[in-house]
Every structure is written in structure tokens, then in C-alpha cells.
Write a protein that binds this ligand. Structure first.
Ligand code: SF4
Length: 342
């Protein structure tokens, strides 16, 4: 009997963008994809134990998921992600993750750590196709099977992006369920909040302390960067005098600018991780544009010590302030006097 190879995928970092691609590819190759469970206390504790204290929270969480899968799978898929768009870089931590895992976690299964590098001329589809083609070679010698799996995987990923752009919140788009939130450009009587942050922060219910669910319970519609098309984000980010070469930072800036400039939202929340270098600059730029446009903005910075009660209090205060502001819109203070919570 042929043993089916188990390929582990940590439910962390860019899982939130590329799981449909990875899942379809390895499944079509005949592997069993094993996804780690949703983040929980045990996974976070394991991640904290396995990394150095100065590492950001999302990387700690990734280590916890990888440690969970070690011993349960034959291979662990940990791509070495350098550039997913030409002439830009993803955060340096992504490049080093395979090496950091090997150095810090015992009894790791073999890592499939093929490189994702769009280089100077590549594009977001091609770089993943090259990475997966190489990954496939470590699992099978059947080139046709690899190409067929790749075609199916790219199609699954494209379908996923379309669902996201229709306004579906990301976890629902991954599961293939749910209804879209009201699109950004339509008018709505509801309280409408733009939620900005890296996908592995805002969509991980444990890390974000169920931020999306809490906002919905407070009566808000939540719009996230993933509901925007890539060219909208590019267009807004291009308004900066100098091009940002951090892909995730550019996504945050572009979506923040679009949310704020659209004037269709009642407020914006920006969720960041303590210790994130690239975000330090982005936060400042977002705060400035929010102030110029008189848009309520709340920055939430999280790490493993963040308490849920404090987050709840701040969310309630922020949404109450926005409701008050909507009610007395004609009394909104002019530019420079808006309320900014930090
Ligand atoms: S971009 Fe920031 S939060 Fe994300 S992995 Fe890099 S340092 Fe961590």
C-alpha cells in the first residue's frame, strides 16, 4: 500500500493569503494537507518558548504552529518568502523563518522551503508558480502531475481573491462560506469601521481577541484591506512622494489612504504588533492622513501580554465616540481638533 505523504501547513503568517493555493496544490499532488488548529494558548506558549523574546508576536505564533505540526506530518511547508511583487520586499523575518525553525525547534520533519522571489521583473503569480514547481519536485517525479496541480492551485487562488474583493471577510472566503459586507462605496446607515492590519493579526481570532466579532457585536460593519482591489491600493500608495518597498507596508498605507479618503467610513482601527519594524513608519503616515481628513483613528498595538479587558474598553469607547459623532455630525470639530485615540 502506498503511504500518503502528510504535508503540514502552519495556520499563521501568510497562510491567511495563500492557503487556497497551497492546499489545492499539495492535495492535487496526492498529499494529505494537515493544517494546524486555530491559535490557542498552548500554541502561543509553545511559540514563545521556541523563539527569542524580541521577535514579533506573529512570528512567535508561527513557531507555535510549526511546533504543533512537528511529529504529526512527514513534511512541513515553510516557503522562504523574499519578494511576492517585483522590486519590493516582504519583511526580512519571512526570509529567515526556515533557518530560525531549524535552529530552534527539535525533531522537525523535513522542511519544504523553496524560495518565493518575484525578483526585479517577476509577478505575484509567477513567483508562487516557481516556488510550488520546485516544492512538487521534492514529492514526485511526475512533471505532468505537478503542472496540473499548479494550474488547479492558481485557479483556486484566483477564485479566493475574487471572493475577497467582493467584500467577504477573509476567514469566510477561505472556508468558502459567508456573505459579503456592504461594499465600501455604497451608502449605509450602519456604523462602518475600516480595520487595517496585517492579515495574520486581524484574522487570527486569538491574536486579535476576536476583534472582528466584537466590532460586529457593537453594531459595526467591518471593512478590511482585502476588500480592495490591488490597483486601488497601488493607486493610493503611489501618492507618497517616495515608493514604499515593503509589500505589506504598502498594502497598509494604500488601504488606509483609500478608507480615509473615501469618506464612506465612520472610523478606522489600525491593529499592529509590538516590535514590528516596518510598521513604525506606516503608523505615523496613517495617523497624519487621518488627522488631515478628520477621520477618527484608533491604533491598537498587541503583544502576548495584551489584556482583553483593556481592548474591550477601548473598542467600546471608540465606537461610542463614533456614534456620538455621527449623531452630531454638524458639530464635528474642524481639521486639527479631531479625536485620536492611541
Ligand atoms: S511585518 Fe512586522 S509583524 Fe509581520 S512578521 Fe515582519 S516584523 Fe513581524
Amino acid at each position: 500500500m502506498i503511504k500518503i505523504k502528510k504535508v503540514g501547513i502552519p495556520r499563521a503568517l501568510l497562510y491567511y493569503y495563500y492557503f487556497p493555493l497551497w492546499n489545492e496544490f499539495f492535495t492535487r499532488l496526492g498529499c494529505e494537507v494537515v493544517l494546524s488548529p486555530e491559535t490557542n494558548k498552548a500554541i502561543l506558549d509553545q511559540g514563545i518558548k521556541s523563539t527569542l523574546s524580541e521577535v514579533c508576536l506573529p512570528v512567535k505564533v508561527y513557531f507555535g504552529h510549526a511546533a504543533y505540526l512537528a511529529g504529526r506530518v512527514d513534511y512541513l511547508f515553510v516557503p522562504r518568502i523574499t519578494r511576492v511583487e517585483a522590486k519590493e520586499y516582504i519583511c526580512p523575518k519571512f526570509m529567515g523563518i526556515p533557518d530560525m525553525l531549524r535552529a530552534r525547534i527539535n525533531k522537525l520533519p523535513p522542511l519544504i522551503d523553496t524560495t518565493v522571489d518575484a525578483g526585479k521583473e517577476g509577478n505575484p503569480v509567477q513567483c508562487w508558480a516557481d516556488c510550488l514547481r520546485e516544492a512538487g519536485k521534492s514529492l514526485t517525479a511526475d512533471r505532468k502531475l505537478i503542472e496540473d496541480a499548479l494550474d488547479a492551485a492558481l485557479e483556486a487562488q484566483e477564485f479566493f481573491w475574487k471572493r475577497l474583493n467582493s467584500g467577504l471577510i477573509l476567514p469566510d472566503a477561505i472556508k468558502g462560506i459567508g456573505n459579503p459586507e456592504i461594499p465600501l462605496y455604497s451608502h449605509s446607515k450602519h456604523l462602518r469601521i475600516g480595520l487595517i492590519g496585517h492579515p495574520y493579526n486581524i484574522y487570527d481570532p486569538y491574536i486579535s481577541m476576536n476583534l472582528i466579532k466584537k466590532l460586529r457585536q457593537l453594531g459595526a460593519l467591518v471593512v478590511t484591506p482585502e476588500s480592495l482591489a490591488a490597483d486601488e491600493i497601488e493607486e493610493e500608495a503611489a501618492s507618497l512622494s517616495k515608493r514604499l518597498f515593503w509589500t505589506l507596508g504598502k498594502r497598509m498605507i494604500g488601504s488606509a489612504f483609500r478608507f480615509i479618503n473615501s469618506q464612506k467610513l465612520d472610523g478606522v482601527i489600525y491593529l499592529t504588533s509590538f516590535g514590528c519594524g516596518p510598521e513604525a513608519l506606516v503608523e505615523e503616515l496613517v495617523a497624519r492622513i487621518a488627522k488631515q481628513q478628520n477621520m477618527p483613528l484608533m491604533m491598537l498595538t498587541i503583544d502576548e501580554h495584551t489584556g482583553e479587558a483593556g481592548i474591550n474598553t477601548r473598542l467600546e469607547a471608540f465606537t461610542e465616540m463614533i456614534v456620538w459623532r455621527k449623531k452630531y455630525a454638524h458639530h464635528i470639530p474642524p481639521y486639527g481638533e479631531s479625536v485620536h485615540c492611541r
